[in-house]
Design a protein. Sequence first.
Length: 164
Amino acid sequence: MCGQRYGFISLCTHFAVLVFLALAPGCRDANQQTTGTVQGRITMDGIPIPQGSVVTFLMPEHGVAATGMTDEHGQFRITSPTTNGLPIGEYQVAIAPPKTDSASAEEVGNAMLDGTLGFGGGDREIPISLQNPATSDVTFTVQVGQNTFEYELSIGERAPSTIQ
């Protein structure tokens, strides 16, 4: 009888482990369904914006802010220091020129938010209104999974304000 009892317990244990393993991926998928990643490219009249420009995504109602820096091709990837992705939803987007010193993306993002970021100007200047999420009318909706943000600035012309 003991042998049968231990066999039954062993069978139940194996069944419980199989059920757990079957359900565990579902828990991970539920977690992943609430975030998305963002990468993209920003150009001005077809030319990449300066390397080191800072792209900021802000969702103030949830306290979410994330930044990325452009490379020499105007490409960037938004990163968040606290999560593996961004919560899905609509974000205000700011695009700021590179800071002249060796500031990090986070430092530049903070300077954008508090209005202390400067810019040297020139004929390819990023409009001041785009440099702060509070004044930028550019928005982007992050959806589950990989998202691509392509944005074209044009000298003397406003670019579309909502990108999805």
